[in-house]
Design a protein around this ligand. Structure first.
Ligand SMILES: Cc1ncc(COP(=O)(O)O)c(C=O)c1O
Length: 456
């Protein structure tokens, strides 16, 4: 790597602190600097091309060179580059997008509210839920249930909802009132011989026990990703959401579907909630809403949530929450055009059809010595690497093998992401079968190369 004093790599090390990075190690390894992108490909500063098999951060649904989004941004930027939604103000892109989202919702929704990131949207959901409990005269109903291995973001409340150690360690998180119930990962967590249905029943029992131990009258809501993403792509076991929702219904607990990854086609339906028959009261969306060309996120809330909040805002005089750039007109215009493209080009059907091919290629990997499990649905999947298939044990420390294979794969022109020893695949929704083959041919080759190093 070129590390001359004035190279971009050297300046990056000198001036830039990276997200989700070991800051000391970065001084040794330096950055991979991506310069441009087209379709499912990106190119680094040295001209090397990669397939972006993670669509960036699970987000660039329409690919990296969609001119229509550039034009939509330019048009809106020229007309009204900024406005907001505080104190009864509004603008057309926001109204159009709110109407569009509510019309797309798989269960009846009442209103959309706009934020800038998945984390902000989940924080907002939590604040809305607390505000609602107070509105209902139930100030004790403030506890929120999330799950181990969940990912809901990194701000103080959403990092608390996240159920991963690296988001809590040394940050003094989680905050009070956030509880984590069992992770739904069958391969790791099921008892010997336990079927997926039996496992789901046990998890629903765990949830009910937690609710009863804490006091049902103190629990306001449960958050869940239809398919867990950053926790290692955990697809819910058979019967899971049905059984979990039956418990929530019994104790009148709200369900928040975090659709930040699953939303807009990823699981082969417009929303993950459709794929898993979830009936959320709040839906949280980001990433593929604008293919991440610009930051924007949104919540949809049903009347059960909106009506008490409206009453409470009337009592107090306002709903004292909102972000300067929430629902930014340029981002909203881009999101609208992006949703149009997803619909016009049948990218949800493409996710289903090409996704079926991706799942076949993924399934083949399980015969490799280093692969313990593969999992996924439509265009999201993962392989979990092990050194020993019988014990499911890691190669040295957890994440070492994941890091090794991820590095080799990157050298072989594929960008994936290892979460511990799970390598994820979440390519742009525009991908075709041939390109999926390119990814998985490289994965097979990289696994063989890694196996040699592991043996050595
Ligand atoms: C399911 C889910 N929720 C929330 C977030 C947080 O989004 P952001 O990084 O935009 O804050 C993410 C990010 O990966 C996510 O995957």
């Amino acid at each position: 790597m070129d590390c001359q004093p004035n190279s971009p790599e050297a300046r990056d090390k000198k001036y830039h602190m990276h997200a989700y990075t070991n800051a000391r190690r970065h001084q040794e390894v330096g950055p991979l600097i991506i310069e441009k992108g087209d379709g499912i490909y990106v190119e680094d500063i040295s001209g090397k091309r990669y397939i972006e098999a993670m669509a960036g951060l699970w987000s660039v649904g329409v690919g990296f060179s969609e001119k229509r989004l550039v034009d939509a941004a330019t048009r809106q930027m020229s007309k009204l580059p900024y406005y907001h939604s505080f104190t009864h103000k509004g603008h057309s892109p926001l109204i159009d997008l709110a109407e569009k989202l509510v019309s797309m919702a798989p269960v009846p929704m009442s209103k959309a509210f706009f934020t800038n990131s998945g984390s902000e949207a989940n924080d907002t959901a939590m604040k809305m839920i607390w505000f609602r409990s107070n509105a209902l005269g139930q100030p004790q109903r403030k506890k929120i249930i999330s799950r181990k291995r969940a990912y809901h973001g990194v701000t103080i409340a959403s990092a608390s909802l996240t159920g991963l150690p690296n988001n809590h360690l040394s940050f003094d998180l989680p905050i009070a009132n956030v509880l984590h119930t069992s992770s739904p990962h069958h391969w790791r967590e099921a008892l010997p011989g336990e079927t997926e249905q039996e496992f789901s029943t046990r998890l629903a029992d765990d949830l009910e026990k937690l609710i009863l131990a804490e006091g049902p009258e103190t629990i306001a809501a449960m958050f869940g990703e239809p398919v867990m993403g950053a926790g290692g792509v955990v697809v819910p076991p058979a019967g899971y959401w049905e059984k979990i929702q039956a418990v929530l219904k019994k104790y009148d607990i709200l369900l928040v579907a975090d659709e930040v990854i699953c939303g807009f086609g990823r699981t082969g339906n417009m929303f993950g909630s459709e794929t898993y028959a979830m009936r959320p009261d709040i839906m949280v969306m980001s990433k593929q809403i604008s293919s991440s060309y610009l930051p924007i996120s949104a919540l949809m809330i049903n009347d059960k949530v909106f009506e008490p909040i409206a009453d409470e805002s009337n009592r107090i005089g306002t709903f004292g929450h909102g972000f300067t750039a929430g629902g930014h007109p340029v981002a909203a215009a881009v999101a609208l055009e992006n949703l149009k493209i997803i619909e016009e080009r049948n990218l949800v059907a493409n996710a289903r059809e090409v996704g079926a091919h991706m799942q076949k290629r993924l399934a083949k990997l399980v015969s490799h010595d280093l692969v313990g499990e593969v999992r996924g649905v439509a265009l999201i999947g993962a392989m979990e690497l092990v050194a020993d298939k019988a014990t499911k044990g890691p190669w040295g420390s957890v994440g070492a093998l994941g890091g090794l294979v991820n590095g080799i794969l990157q050298q072989n022109g594929i960008i994936s992401r290892n979460m511990g020893d799970a390598l994820a695949f979440c390519p742009p929704l525009i991908i075709n079968d041939k390109q999926v083959d390119e990814i998985f041919d490289a994965v097979e080759k990289s696994l063989d190369e890694a196996a040699k190093q592991v043996k050595a």
